[in-house]
Ligand binder design. Sequence first.
Ligand SMILES: Cc1ncc(COP(=O)(O)O)c(C=O)c1O
Length: 399
Amino acid sequence: MTRDWLAPRMADLGTNAIREILKVVGRPGMISLAGGIPAPESFPLDLIEALTRETLSRFGAGALQYEATEGFGPLREALVTYLAAAGVAAGAGEILVTSGSQGGLDAVGKVCIGRGDGVAVEAPTYLGALQAFSPYGPRYLPLATDENGALPDALAALIQRGGVKLIYLVPTFQNPTGRTLPLDRRRAIAELIRAHDVLLVEDDPYSALRYRGEALPPIKAFAPDHVAYISTLSKVFAPGLRIGFVVAPARLHQALVRVKQGVDLHTSTLGQALAAVYLDGGHLTAHLPKIIDLYRPRQAALLAALERHLPTDFSWSRPDGGMFVWGEGPEGMDMEAVYWRAVEHKTAFVPGKFFYTEPGEGLATLRLNFTMAAPEQIDRAVGILAGAIRAVAARRRGA
Ligand SMILES: Cc1ncc(COP(=O)(O)O)c(C=O)c1O
């Protein structure tokens, strides 16, 4: 007899369809616009070598010892300044260091989501948040969006209907769309959550990667007691160090610490100590412009290539930062069919339907990443993508 070793909640996770289709991306010669990861050449390797030595001489064995669940003191202190620059006023005692922002998302899910609780998410949304929340059995409430992100009126209607336990948004350079919520919508959403006493999770991994335009204040700035603000050093230092952080309302903070303690006791002390030295030494200020200088031309190359190659019935986002551009074809276009055609010609992207909670949504959409390929490769890849689109469209017309 074979026993079922899995808990019933595993059934809620479904199959990982996106993982299955992206298996081919690692094939030799593939140009990938599918990834969502920083360029390896953006990591300051020499600097990290020097900082590791500095970290060990400054903190000694303390950099290798067990640490408080809340985080390594010097890093929490350094994050006070980092967060203030991002528009989040927080004392060191209000900051919880997590294993990436993903660790923060999991902790919030564990603490706040019960089976059947309504969780409002942008349609489309970040897949990793769905993976973090889904084990706790939420009922997703898709939030209508336009080219400027979530619509406050749609959120108001959802809240009015009742049953919104938590709202999850990526307001700046969203993954997957690259969209940024304008100031008036940030204020309107802050007002809504305050008025209805609803918790908002503001996931902000990308706002530091701004290539143009003025920075916007986070929603947290307008509703500090109703927003759990989550950010990370993954995109501005190195994701492998797994340094994320959460500034949650006081009524949530201790609960997050308690569940994190059960998960991993604390985030790697060495990584945290290294991050403290990186921030304290002003190295982020020196290094961030280099990351931006690497990505800006890649994004420009992608936007120019889309203009050059894509059929006129396609539209796409033109974000001021981040790592993604979102495209949409005419109704009826099957972007997964385009994907398979494009990978045959060694170009990969992510069909957009995987970022929706409702089946049948976003079939004609796609996410394109521009951080991992050089400008010439990007142009070639978009040319191949356009060829695949035309082939699939022709087959459809012929069918
Ligand atoms: C919106 C969003 N949130 C969270 C994460 C996870 O980042 P971290 O490396 O900090 O866990 C990502 C990573 O791509 C992301 O796009």
